[in-house]
Ligand binder design. Structure first.
Ligand code: PLP
Length: 486
């Protein structure tokens, strides 16, 4: 990591003017982090991130770090964009908050609703706002069930999702998700939510995908939905939900045949199709929406993260006219909403963010330039002795680590090679996330070709270090768990 920035600045508020040790102590004593083993974190000491600029963040020791995860898939326009700061400041001065419950709206919320309706595919004319992706997906459960009630099919209750999907962490969103570890801790999923397997070619290479090309496998994987519908009874199935590209599950880019077949199956059985665009929306895949990249026409789309580039929390659901008309014309009061539905500051920041994405042509840039360029650079990693497969879509990508790439042999699970690689990344000044043995990146959409080159160089170095470690501790031996990760 390069230490080229002062640890703290005197123009910052008092809480920001402490030492790394003081922040770490306060944090370890009082902050329960999301998805974190707290004992392990306290033992190692939390990293304190103090500022960001462009695609980089700095920690409290002055180390510059390439943020190849855009925060958490959200800081799409990068750090330090004054236009967003000014939009928030202006809105806070004028009207920091007002609700949308009391037959009231705010100019920012109304304008953003209008803007999103224009930006979304033609079937969408309305939006329901919340503050996060989890809330958006909870709203989907409410909307879907309400819709089927209103059209006289209340027995359509079951929502089908996928194993290893991530849709958020509230009870309904975690139920929609297919993360076994989350379900185990929460007595989940809630009733009426079921899962089919994911279209993960690599994971199925010795099973359902064996002997099949990617396209043939895509159709097989989509038909798992039809089998599930047959098992439940099509008159009981309300909706299917999926991320166009599974993000937190490991950037699983589905075969091109998968989503069109899913769409056909949903249409054949009259089932609502929900696209979770929390990660894929707003340009990540090289189109405004992931469903446009994969050729589907969903009835509902959830979004969050990239709508404000993470500068302030905002999420919501784009509601297709098929559902909106029923809700508006026959529904009476919809008993659902949040204090911060349509928060004016969040909406003002979203509008400024969308302006910036448009002015800088970021979606087009990802589609025609930096997305293909990233794919090309990462493809060079295929010769690396740790790399089994590389996949990318727009500016999101996965590198599958394996013990023997020629045979696609995985590491013994206890090696935790992904976490070892992640540590090397941090040491090199790079945030790359590990999902098991799959390393993933999703850099800001402003990332330039030169920064893609820099990213590629850092990744290769991290892989080389991981390989050297794996050889040294015996992980590369057949069946070798070797000694535990250092
Ligand atoms: N949906 C997807 C696809 C996500 O990746 C996430 C979060 O990473 C969520 C929903 C949940 O969003 P939030 O963390 O804002 O609740």
């Amino acid at each position: 990591m390069t230490a080229n920035t002062p640890a703290f600045r005197t123009d910052l508020p008092p809480f920001a003017r402490r030492s790394t040790g003081e922040w770490q102590a306060a944090d370890a004593s009082h902050f329960l982090h999301p998805f974190t083993d707290h004992q392990a974190l306290a033992a190692q000491g939390v990293r304190v991130i103090t500022r960001g600029e462009g695609v980089y963040v700095w920690d409290s020791e002055g180390h510059r770090i390439f943020d190849a995860m855009s925060g958490l898939w959200c800081v799409n326009v990068g750090y330090g964009q004054d236009a967003l700061v000014e939009a928030a400041t202006q809105q806070m001065r004028t009207l920091p908050y007002y609700n949308a419950f009391f037959q009231t709206t705010t100019p920012a919320a109304a304008a953003l609703a209008e803007r999103l309706a224009a930006l979304a595919p033609a079937q969408f004319g309305h939006v329901f706002f919340g503050s996060s992706g989890s809330e958006a997906n909870d709203t989907v459960v409410r909307l879907v069930r309400r819709y089927w009630d209103l059209v006289g099919q209340p027995q359509r209750q079951v929502i089908v999702s996928r194993l290893n999907a991530y849709h958020g962490s509230t009870l309904a969103a975690a139920s929609l998700g297919g993360m076994a570890a989350m379900h185990r801790q929460g007595g989940l999923p809630l009733p009426g939510i079921v899962h089919i397997d994911q279209p993960h070619y690599w994971a199925h290479r010795d099973g359902a995908a064996k002997g099949l090309g990617r396209d043939a496998f895509g159709v097989v994987a989509a038909r798992w939905l039809e089998e599930k519908i047959a098992e439940i009874g099509s008159d009981r199935v309300a909706a299917f939900i999926g991320e166009p590209v599974q993000g937190a599950g490991g950037v699983i880019v589905p075969p091109a045949t998968y989503w069109p077949e899913i769409q056909r199956i949903c249409e054949r059985h009259g089932i609502l199709l929900v696209s979770d665009e929390v990660v894929c929306g707003f340009g990540r895949t090289g189109r405004w929406w992931g469903c446009e990249t994969f050729g589907t026409a969903p009835d509902l789309m959830t979004f969050a993260k990239g709508v404000t580039s993470g500068y302030v929390p905002l999420g919501g659901v784009m509601v297709g006219e098929r559902i909106a008309r029923v809700l508006i014309e026959r529904g009476g009061e919809f008993e659902h909403g949040y204090t911060y539905s349509g928060h004016p500051v969040a909406c003002a920041v979203a509008l400024a963010n969308l302006d910036l994405i448009e002015q800088q042509g970021l979606v087009q840039q990802v589609r025609a330039d930096t997305g293909p360029y990233l794919a090309g650079r990462l493809a060079e990693l295929r010769d690396h002795p740790l790399v089994g497969e590389v996949q990318s879509c727009g500016l999101m990508a996965a590198i599958q680590l394996c013990r023997d790439p020629s045979r696609g042999e995985a590491f013994a699970p206890e090696t935790a090679v992904g976490l070892a690689c992640r540590r090397h990344c941090f040491d090199l000044g790079l945030v790359m996330r590990a999902v098991g043995d799959r390393m993933i990146v999703a850099p800001p959409l402003i990332t330039t070709r030169a920064q893609v080159d820099e990213l590629y160089g850092l990744i290769r170095q991290a892989l080389d270090r991981t390989h050297a470690q794996a050889r040294a501790v015996g992980w590369m031996e057949p069946g070798g768990a070797g000694s535990p990760a250092a």
